[in-house]
Design a protein around this ligand. Structure first.
Ligand SMILES: NC(=O)c1ccc[n+]([C@@H]2O[C@H](COP(=O)([O-])OP(=O)(O)OC[C@H]3O[C@@H](n4cnc5c(N)ncnc54)[C@H](O)[C@@H]3O)[C@@H](O)[C@H]2O)c1
Length: 661
């Protein structure tokens, strides 16, 4: 059968042969045993409803074994044999170009080079699922291959509920992931309902088919490091950035430090991960000896080198020794996985990596004590540095939260709502006021032809648009524009493409609209093939997350989720090709509501109309909310948007004189 025929077939009429469990693939960990006997029966019945009853007797023992062994039913037997990767859009079967674009994006999220656990349909973050099982994948691809532009596919947490009649301007796909009744949104609820096969954790861009590999995180981290140096009014050249973690996201830090141009020291306890990052050239040199590291840092600072140094050991040793030896740290942060402190997210000091792993499994209470003791030391050492002038920020990894729970000295002297800790988070000080409040966020696109030359052309187009815009941009956003021009100019050289031909850059509403319009014109003229637009959910309007994306909202509304919900509803009737809304993503199940969109540009007049209408809303919705929360940058940005678009009329806040209280 050809690739097209296999897609059109959906769930095969004949059972495929069972597939052996491939040990050379990075598999999802065994999930916690959570279902009782009756619930297991329910999970099996739920799984079997995808198949003709004549196959049930054969499939039942196999699915039961998967459930017992892995805690989930993935239906490995149904994993397709063709290569999983984004193909040229022209290679997909179907009646709708928009639906074909979605197929391409789904396959990219499951590409072995992109996905973390490809056989379990997990793209990133350990549990960020595109689907819960292979039957859902097969059925979804079949629906997409047969639908027209007069239908919409409804996705319930990975399950394709079906095709419903709609109209040309409606989204082709509407995705929800993990939407729970709020009282049933605790971490164990996810384990249970996911094991039953009725919901899934979509993370942000996993379940919404918009992941583009590590490029997104490198760009976001670069913007953060650059702006952290600006915050302290220092050039990155010769400056010292100290942090930790060389894992999934944290591994982007040394690379970002190099793009920014500073000296980076990044501690990592895991030798294997340290070696991988070094081989990938994401970190330049590895040190195991502290004295050698200190000598190397001094030399790098003297010579104003751009270099990243990994310390194979505990981050606490770095903070303590650098204090003792009087090494001035300019910028400090931390990206250990403190959202998961008791199961390997944070390693205690004073004992080996192996000993920690043993203790974690065999003496969990003692391990917890050691973690908390280390956190107190960690915070105490940071405090010594900040007294000497280091600028420290929390990197959204729950460092300050867990340190405070451990009794470390991290609380603010006079805590206020949203400013409970001594130190700010990266969104409170950097991303929020410098980017999101002005509408700058992680806009991205994918060249649906799969051609590297198309990506090169779109880079050039985007760069030309930004260079034209920066000439007349107000002072307030000059820096953001220039950073992105610099990024897009160096993008090809930095070789960040993994999987589809994708690019990310931070742009505001006007920038996103102008770049998209220029792409659509180039497609119309036949200069490039179709382009899929999208964005990360970690953006201006897409995400309500009180300790991350919306942590710089101080009017109390950061615990509400109206903005994310409005965003997805608004995008859906303004022309998005697909929309998604998720519970969970980054900070955990029940902790965030986040949404996104995808939009196919095909060079048509309809695409031109849709992109203007939808992108304008997709950014200005969040700016209006940030402005209502009295964020000054957002008040500036929304007033500017109202001047440009007379049909926009937003309620503006009045500021109250503090002395009245
Ligand atoms: N990069 C971002 O933009 C961003 C944004 C928001 C949140 N985060 C948070 O950052 C954290 C890290 O994410 P990740 O994907 O890299 O996780 P990860 O688990 O892949 O990596 C964390 C690394 O820290 C190492 N580590 C743990 N304790 C250590 C210690 N005491 N000293 C030195 N190294 C230690 C671990 O070995 C691991 O390799 C997460 O909590 C994530 O939610 C990152």
């Amino acid at each position: 059968m050809t690739f097209q025929e296999q897609i059109q077939q959906g769930i095969p009429d004949q059972l495929p042969q069972p597939k052996p469990y491939e040990t050379n693939i990075n598999h999802a960990p065994k999930r916690k045993e959570i279902l009782g006997e009756e619930e297991k029966k329910l999970a099996l019945k739920n799984a079997l409803r995808y198949f003709d009853p004549k196959f049930h007797a054969e499939l039942l023992p196999e699915f039961r074994e998967e459930l017992e062994k892995y805690g989930r039913i993935y239906m490995y037997r149904f994993r397709p044999d063709y290569e999983m990767k984004a193909r040229d859009i022209a290679d997909y079967p179907g009646k709708s170009e928009q639906a074909k674009a979605i197929m391409l994006m789904i396959q990219n999220n499951l590409d072995y080079a992109v996905a973390q656990h490809p056989h379990e349909l997990i793209t990133y973050g350990g549990n960020g699922a595109v689907f819960s099982n292979w039957a859902q994948y097969l059925l979804t691809m079949k629906y997409l291959s047969e639908m027209t532009d007069e239908q919409t596919l409804t996705m319930y947490s990975g399950h394709p509920m079906g095709l419903f009649p709609s109209h040309k301007d409606a989204p082709r796909v509407v995705v929800t992931n993990g939407m729970m009744i709020p009282n049933y949104s605790k971490p164990d609820d996810w384990e249970k309902f996911n094991a039953l096969g009725v919901t899934q954790y979509g993370q942000m861009t996993a379940g919404s088919y918009m992941y583009i590999g590590p490029q997104g995180i490198v760009h976001g981290t670069t913007i953060t490091v650059l702006n952290a140096f600006r915050k302290i009014k220092k050039e990155p050249k010769g400056g010292l950035f100290v942090t930790s973690g060389l894992g999934g996201m944290s591994g982007a830090q040394p690379k970002a430090g190099n793009i920014a141009g500073c000296v980076t020291v990044c501690a990592e306890v895991n030798p294997k991960i340290t070696r991988i990052r070094h081989e990938q050239k994401w970190v330049n040199e590895i040190y195991e000896n502290m004295d050698e590291l200190i000598e190397r840092v001094r030399k790098a600072q003297e010579n104003m080198e751009t270099v990243s140094l990994a310390y194979l050991g505990n981050i606490v040793e770095v903070w303590e020794k650098f204090d003792e030896k009087n090494l001035k740290i300019d910028i400090g942060s931390d990206q250990t996985s403190l959202h998961n402190p008791w199961a390997g997210g944070y390693y205690p000091a004073g004992q080996s990596f192996e000993e920690s792993n043993r203790m974690m499994a065999e003496e969990p209470e003692l391990f917890k004590e050691k973690v908390q003791e280390t956190l107190r030391r960690h915070a105490a050492a940071i405090n010594k540095h900040t007294q000497k002038g280091t600028y420290f920020f929390d990197y959204g990894n729950a460092f300050l939260l867990e340190a405070s729970r451990a009794g470390a000295d991290v609380m603010a002297e006079n805590p206020t709502l949203g400013r409970e800790f001594k130190y700010p988070s990266y969104v409170q000080d950097i991303m929020g006021p410098m980017c999101f409040d002005y509408g700058f966020g992680p806009f991205r696109w994918v060249c649906a032809s799969g051609k590297p030359e198309d990506l090169q052309k779109t880079d050039n187009i985007a760069c030309a648009v930004l260079e034209e815009m920066v000439k007349n941009s107000p002072e307030e956003i000059q820096q953001q524009m220039k950073d992105n021009i610099q990024w897009i100019k160096g993008a090809q050289e930095n070789k960040l493409v993994v999987g589809s031909q994708a690019r990310i850059l931070y742009a505001d509403a006007e920038g996103r609209m102008k770049i998209a319009e220029a792409f659509n014109n180039a497609i119309k003229k036949g200069e490039i093939g179709p382009v899929v637009l999208g964005r990360d959910h970690h953006d201006v309007s897409g995400t309500d997350s009180p300790y991350r994306e919306t942590s710089n909202i101080y009017d109390g509304s950061r615990f509400t989720a109206d903005m994310a919900i409005h965003n997805v509803i608004g995008d859906s009737f303004r022309g998005a090709t697909w929309v998604s809304i998720h519970n969970g993503g980054g900070v955990g199940w029940g902790e965030v509501i986040n949404g996104g969109f995808g939009m196919l540009l095909d060079g048509s007049a309809e695409a031109d109309r849709r992109l203007k209408s939808m992108l304008f809303w997709d950014v200005n919705n969040g700016i209006s909310r940030r402005s209502w929360a009295r964020n000054e940058g957002a008040v500036f940005a929304i007033k500017r948007a109202m001047e440009a678009e007379p049909n926009l009329k937003v309620t503006l806040p009045n500021f109250v004189d503090e002395s009245l209280f």
